[in-house]
Design a protein around this ligand. Sequence first.
Ligand code: CTP
Ligand code: CA
Length: 225
Amino acid sequence: RGAAATTADLAGRHVVVSAGGTREPLDPVRYLGNRSSGKQGYALARAAVARGARVTLISANSDLPDPAGADVVRVGTAVQLREAVLKAAADADAVVMAAAVADFRPAVYAPGKIKKRDGQEPEPIALVRNPDILAEISAERARPGQVVVGFAAETDDVLANGRAKLARKGCDLLVVNEVGERKTFGSEENEAVVLAADGAETPVPYGPKEALAETVWDLVVPRLG
Ligand code: CTP
Ligand code: CA
């Protein structure tokens, strides 16, 4: 799809994209995080702006420049991401969860820096589950016909795990990446298969994250209410 071929097929639509990776603080200077760069989510946001959408980009700890024309909301933790997504999703036609959400957070936040003590082994870090944002917005659609898209990175049994995850989350589309050396984290390129709740499977060949972004919107548009 070249720039000249871009159609405004998202004109009049509000889409919400989450991007980046959440960080779960242990103390004022430390956190549990992940390696998501935000590139795929930012590419989705830029593509949606180009296709005429009003775009809310909810960015978790990404260093990337704000996409021109998108409303950018910055968050840190999974709990903050959930708040921002639920708020923005209230009047959204589509929600795409490209962010890597930490499954767990430290059970306690130490308000002062955790110090080591002579001759003492460290305490284990107790974790609690974070809310599953994708499952929640899929189960409670803020408006009828709202299209919900998830992402999944899998290392083994990619298709079988992807199908099971799509059903478990209850979303309309799940973009499944096979995680490998060159792929996904921090790279410019991506290879994926997009699974749909209606059974459709769309392979996306190895290529730029921009191309995957366009394919996602191509699949969202005909499903919009
Ligand atoms: N997700 C979410 N909230 C969470 C965890 C994940 O909204 N607490 C979303 C992600 O943004 C992504 C999708 O769910 O769009 C799939 O994430 P993934 O980590 O693959 O799913 P999990 O259910 O956490 O499964 P796993 O145990 O394999 O990590
Ligand atoms: Ca997870």
